[in-house]
Write a protein that binds this ligand. Sequence first.
Ligand code: 1GP
Length: 256
Amino acid sequence: MKHLKIGKTESYFLEKLQRGEKLHLLLLDPEEVSPEKAAELAKLGEDAGSDGIMIGGSTFFSQSLLDNFVKEIKQKISIPVIIFPNNITSITKYADAIWFMSMLNSIDHYFIVGAQSQGAVLVKQYGLEAIPMGYIVFGGDTAVAAVGRALPLPPDRGEVAACYALAAQYLGMRFVYLEAGSGAKQPLPPSTIKAVRKAIEVPLIVGGGIRSPEAAVAVLEAGADIIVTGTIAEQDFDLCRRIISAIKGFSKSYKQ
Ligand code: 1GP
């Protein structure tokens, strides 16, 4: 039996986290921005201190367009590009890694393990680094909840989310992602993030509806390790830059 190795992208994240740094991942949606615009935003993100670029969106299903999108971005940046898949069409060999994720609170087997079993061989053939992640979706009025057939968790019942998160950890998932949904009206409440943080030891990713430095800091104070922002980068990059700066500033104060 061979020993499973942690890949390059995951090691890069873990080393930063172990040093007490909080991470920012910039989400770019091929449905919302052109490849050229995405490459420009990715470069701005890297220059602002972002730790990686995530590529994904709930309603994008073309592998050839995705290949082109990722290739364009990779030419401009050196931080890792991680696929944030919505289906088996989200597998591209041009990325550095893929969140190998399961939507734990979907009511559909397809989004829990079906698509994953169909995509796994291709991930291996492409030599993509697979990072196991448990994905938990809140609220019912977002694209991700509809497409993934989620039984959305109530945003303010942290104890329910904590049960899913702990199950993810015990199933061997190395990251847990709490998702309010892209463009959510509000970020998740700190009490829910705190309840999950208390339950698990693996790194905690939080995203959806984070649109100000204050909101990002509140999410970090509640115990998140990694913050994902998408919409705000497309709408107002200066604000996104201030969010990244707040995250990096928080890392510094946290380490002291
Ligand atoms: C969506 O959590 C991410 O998967 C980002 O959400 O677009 O609201 O920043 P926003």
